[in-house]
Design a protein around this ligand. Structure first.
Ligand code: RAT
Ligand code: ZN
Length: 422
């Protein structure tokens, strides 16, 4: 009997699921964090928490400040302004604002003070290495995937120095500059010694392959990744489509790693807001049909930004086992929408998806984002089990443990073949 001997009653399911989700050690598959050896790029502490671009967008709505006057200030001054407008002059009701309260309380810091003196003093005394350890521990996260851009002028030189690896931090090779800004970026590849051309003719494709080969050897990424606009189509007659089909996908196949597609961002709809200036658009997901069909030996991790695209993504995942939906990305990482998306995915895909990633930009985000994810997902998963038990199929603790492990880590490990790759 599958469910016995430790099958549980419908009354207990909620509590068992809550405990399992509380206890699981999470593999966070997409963040903007950096391993300690790349610490000069890392964000941490109260000033970085408050100047997160999700909060900056909310600040510009209520403060009456112009972006120019805001950007003219130092980071602590910007953090002070955000604290005053979003946390002192009004209650922090938004998801991004409440997240700050979670972080402060996780370190026993006051969440209702008029200024940031105590919080700043606290973070200033933290030993950086110990702090990383404590934050991962408090967040219940064992491993994270970074976002590593080989064309970033600050990041690339650090990788050339062979930084010390940390097994809690995996790399992801980000391709946005190659796939979305080729005319502005091809000369950066030239400066790294690759003979590529503006119109991607001549040796360009084989040189991009060589570039990917070299950076793969350097970073050892668990996947390659790109964020794509809502207007993304595939196939098409474009440099991006050629790069994808002739360089990136063959390289992913050779290295046996997936390509992560993050589809639906409208970059810089309001450039004055800088990082906070991106928007969202509904994409045409027929691109996935073509990619999954035309490249059956490739694997695709996919997240979509528009709420309107979520159902379609589930349908495509039912058609293609080389497609793995992941996360509730950015503008859909709001509890009400996460509930809806996760329920839909459970109903359409069982446990064959990756429910969430944190997108943490600041180390301490791991605490608030995963606390919220655990809080939102537990009742949804419990509800799904309850419906099965009500229909007459017992469920055991072991099964819940196995499913929670799948959702929060092993679906990703298996899809990336991490266990076999050593
Ligand atoms: O969520 C974010 O912080 C966005 O700014 C983006 O970084 C997005 O997640 C991305 O990876 O492009
Ligand atoms: Zn991101």
């Amino acid at each position: 009997m599958l469910g016995s001997p430790v099958e549980i009653s419908t009354e207990n399911i909620r509590e068992v699921v809550r405990r399992e989700i509380e206890a699981v050690s999470i593999f966070d598959i997409h963040t903007h964090l950096f391993m300690p050896a790349l610490g000069s790029l890392a964000s941490t502490g109260i000033d970085d928490v408050l100047t997160y671009h999700y909060l900056e967008a909310e600040f510009f709505r209520v403060s009456g400040w112009t972006p120019a006057s805001y950007w003219a200030l130092s980071k602590p001054e910007r953090a002070d302004a955000i604290w005053r407008h979003l946390f002192v002059e009004r209650a922090p009701l938004s998801e991004a604002a409440r997240s700050v309260i979670t972080i402060l309380r996780a370190f026993d810091l006051p969440a209702d003070s008029s200024g940031l003196r105590e919080a700043r003093a606290f973070f200033a005394t933290r030993d950086p290495i110990r702090h990383v350890h404590d934050v991962l521990d408090k967040a219940g996260v064992s491993e994270v995937v970074m976002t590593n851009d080989p064309l970033d002028p600050q990041e690339a030189p650090l990788w050339l120095q062979e930084p010390e690896r940390d097994r809690r931090f995996h790399s992801a090779l980000r391709l946005d500059r190659i796939l979305c800004s080729w005319p502005e970026q091809y000369q950066t590849l030239n400066s790294q010694g690759y003979n590529v051309r503006e119109h991607a003719d001549g040796p360009t494709i084989s040189e991009v392959r060589r570039f990917l080969h070299d950076w793969h050897a350097r970073m050892r990424p668990v996947y390659m990744a790109v964020s794509l606009p809502d207007s993304f189509v595939f196939p098409e007659d474009s440099i991006r489509a050629r790069m994808l089909s002739e360089a990136v996908l063959p390289a992913c196949e050779e290295f046996k790693i997936p390509l992560a597609l993050m589809i639906g961002v409208r970059r810089q709809v309001n450039p004055a807001l800088q990082l906070a200036g991106d928007g969202v658009g509904r994409a045409n997901l027929q691109c996935l049909e073509h990619l999954c069909n035309d490249f059956p030996r490739n694997r695709f991790l996919v997240t979509v930004l528009s709420r309107e695209n979520q159902h379609e993504l589930c349908v495509y995942a039912r058609k293609f086992s080389n497609l793995m939906p992941f996360g509730c990305w950015w503008f859909v990482n709001q509890p009400s929408i996460v509930e809806e998306i996760t329920m839909e995915r459970l109903e359409m895909l069982g446990t064959s998806f990756i429910p969430q990633h944190s997108d943490a930009r600041v180390l301490e985000h791991l605490i608030s984002k995963w606390r919220e994810t655990r809080r939102v997902l537990a009742p949804i998963l419990a509800h799904s089990y309850t419906r099965v038990v009500e229909e007459g199929r017992p469920i055991s603790r072991n099964e819940i443990h196995r499913d929670v492990t799948r959702l929060f880590r092993s679906n990703f490990e298996d899809f990336c073949e991490l266990k076999n790759s050593g």
